[in-house]
Design a protein around this ligand. Sequence first.
Ligand code: SF4
Length: 257
Amino acid sequence: MSNEKNKGGRPQNGGRGGKNPAPKGNGDSGKKNPQNNRDKNKNAGGRDKNNGENRKDTYVYTLDGNLYINLTNKCSNGCSFCVRNERASYYGNYLWLRHGDPTAEKVIAAMNAMGDLSRFKEVVFCGFGEPTYKLAEMLVVADYAHSKGLSTRLNTNGQGNLINKRDIVPDLKGKIDLVNVSLNASSAEKYQPICRSMFGENGFAALVEFARLCKRNGVGCRFSVVDCVGEEEVAACKRVAEGVGVPLYVRKYITDS
Ligand code: SF4
């Protein structure tokens, strides 16, 4: 998830439960070393925060009346504020996948195990990782959600085209009703020290372009930022969003998850 510390956001601390919001400006020490970050970013397997408890992996969880899908722990960022840096759970949901990424079939089975799906507002792809690493699985699950009358949202760091080494936006059309791109900062210089993309400062340019391509392809899209970055930075983010022609969703920072 790009879990921002805000309900319904990517589990950043600006959306995933950490204690601190996205730092202003050059928040993290941000040693600008994408190679080192590359290792950090391979968050997939290494850290078992469930402390050996005999828990099943969580592929699906509920929050605010929505159904959230946890497809992977891989992420191209190593955000200093990511909730998973310090937590094994997000609103009580243990999102580290100890048995690997789920297949679409396993996710659909987990959805069906939730009972009547019509009680949910939305299916949101957002877990302890970047969902576009699992594009094929996400699209199958999105089709299933639509077949059940549910709308779909992707919460992403916007680097899916770099991750997949191609333009994936056309694939999203008709599958994802709303793409929420975590903007987090108003420029590459401010973004990279905080979000530490494995693609270096190209990560920010890529996410802005991702939103632009969504707009061009008729895929619903918005940027998001957490209000704790400060009014000035929110205003600067608004200008970025206006330049692309998509709305900016300013989320409230939530202190507890
Ligand atoms: S982009 Fe990745 S590292 Fe950043 S908050 Fe989201 S899941 Fe965490």
